[in-house]
Design a protein around this ligand. Sequence first.
Ligand SMILES: [Zn+2]
Length: 202
Amino acid sequence: MTRADFPEPVKSLVGELKRLPGIGPRSAERIAVWLLQNPKADPPALARALQTAAATVRPCPQCGFFATAAGCGICDDPQRDDAMLCVIEQATDVLPLERSGAFRGRYHCLGGKLSPLDRVSPDDLHIPALLRRVDAAPAGLEVILALGSDVEGEATANYLAELLRGKNCRLTRIAQGLPAGGGLEHADALTLLRAMQGRRGC
Ligand SMILES: [Zn+2]
C-alpha cells in the first residue's frame, strides 16, 4: 500500500503557494484546500487578477512606482509639487508616505540601498536617473532623502548627499526620532540621539 497524498495538481498548487513570502508548507496546504473547497473562493478570478497584474504592471520609467501602459499615477498628476523630489528605497515606500498625507511632491525610487554585504553597489541603484532629474529640474528644487535609518540607509543617504552637494538643489533628510505614542524610556540610545539632533523650535 502506498501512502495517500494530494493528487499532482494540488501538490503543484501547494508548491507554487509555498514560494510566496511568509507562506510555509502548512499555510500553503491550508490556502490550497481553501481555494479548492470553500464556496467563497473563486480560483479563476484569482488566476485572472494575477495574470492581468503580472502582464500590465511595470515600474514607472521616471519614478519607479507601479505603473501601467496608461501611465503613472504620480508622474502624470499635474497637481503635484514639481519643486519637491522625495528619494526612497523601494517603490512600496511611496504608500506609507502617501497615506500619511505629509507629502505632495514627486518621488524617485532607488530600487534598493547600498549594501556591500549583499553586493549592492551604486551601479545597481537608479542613481544616474536621479542625477538627470535633478539636473533637469527648475531652480528651487528640494531633494528629500527619505531612506531607512539602518546602516545601509545611512550609507546610501551619505553617498547621495555627497553626489548632490553642489547641484542646483536644496538637500534635506527626513527627521528621525521617537515613534508616535512612545515614551523616552522605551527608546534606544540611537533613536534618542537622533531625536535630540533633529530637534526644532516650538
Ligand atoms: Zn512615475
